[in-house]
Design a protein around this ligand. Structure first.
Ligand code: MN
Length: 315
């Protein structure tokens, strides 16, 4: 087995449970109960799964949406801080196997920046995971400049995780099966990343780093179209869209264990911008086996499985 770092590996702490259960509305109760048991375990169950998949280190992040669903900003800030302290306590028990991504109350951009800094400097977390928009506000909003500036200064990557859109997409209305992981989340999250690019965040903060799951939420497939069709429609940033994707965006697999999109991402973004993740416990079955057996040269396999994440996250 190739040695792996997995970096979209979920957990729940007691303070965030009430935000998570509504996301299970489409999931049968016995399955949801099984997921809950996995998410709240930091011992043998999780470590055995990692061992079987050859995962040397799991980078843990909450199962969303967490406090981003909270209406009261002070409560969101307090609970995010509590969640990060909880995770730090779990990592302390197995620092050889676990790392962490911060959970942030994006209702308060400066508060989120301050908590990110505390998590990186004091708790030694690798970055943060953001679960999509916060009450309709996306990460391109200029109020988040304070956040991006801090993330760039800390060299802390921001993992943008899928979430439900503000309102259901009219184009897929009537097809519940399309609304969430099958299609809707990818459109929502890919669009969110494009907003960040188009707003000039990566022009203003060239060291800002964004991680996307699902091998880039379809964006790597579209680079030529982004470049050829942006200029005639009012593109004003100094670099073409594809260059911001190549310079500022990294992608992980999160449940897309399929070679063509892996190779598309490698070709589009570069071999050092594609990383392994298992999305434990949601799409983790088969993750390790795919990474070990997919047809690719051994240097690329080692880079995707371990080296790229180690370099990006400073592990
Ligand atoms: Mn996930």
């Amino acid at each position: 087995m190739v040695k792996k770092i997995a970096l979209e590996e979920h957990f729940l702490d007691p303070g965030l449970v009430d935000y998570w259960w509504p996301t299970m509305v489409d999931v049968a109760r016995p399955k949801a109960d099984g997921l809950f048991a996995c998410l709240t375990d930091f011992g043998d169950r999780r470590l055995d799964t990692m061992d079987k998949a050859g995962i040397a280190r799991a980078v843990l992040a909450i199962a969303g949406p967490g406090v981003q669903a909270e209406r009261d900003t002070a409560t969101a800030l307090n609970r995010a801080r509590g969640s990060n302290d909880f995770l730090a306590g779990q990592i302390q028990k197995r620092p050889d196997r676990y790392s962490g991504l911060a959970h942030l109350a994006m209702q308060d951009p400066k508060g989120a920046a301050d908590e990110l800094e505390r998590c990186v400097r004091e708790l030694k977390f690798c970055g943060a995971m953001i679960n999509g928009h916060t009450h309709g506000k996306y990460l391109d909003d200029r109020s988040y400049d304070v956040f991006w500036e801090r993330a760039a200064a800390l060299d802390a990557p921001i993992y943008l995780h899928p979430a439900d859109p503000v309102a259901p997409l009219p184009a897929i209305a009537g097809y519940n099966v399309l609304a969430r992981p099958m299609w809707g989340w990818g459109v929502e999250t890919g669009s969110h990343a494009l907003r960040v690019i188009c707003s000039g965040v990566f022009h203003r903060y060239p060291n800002a780093k964004l991680i996307l799951g699902h091998l880039g939420e379809t964006l790597p497939y579209q680079l030529w179209r982004f470049d050829s069709r942006s200029a005639p429609y009012g593109w004003e940033l100094p670099k073409p869209p594809s260059q911001y994707l190549k310079d500022n965006i990294w992608v992980t697999m999160s449940g897309m264990y399929d070679l063509p999109p892996v190779m598309c991402s490698v070709g589009a973004l570069g071999r050092d911008h594609v990383m392994f993740s298992a999305d434990y416990p949601f799409d983790s079955a088969g993750a390790g086996e795919f990474m070990d057996s997919a047809t690719m040269d051994e240097g690329l396999r080692a880079d995707i499985a371990y080296n790229n994440a180690a370099k990006l996250l400073g592990i």
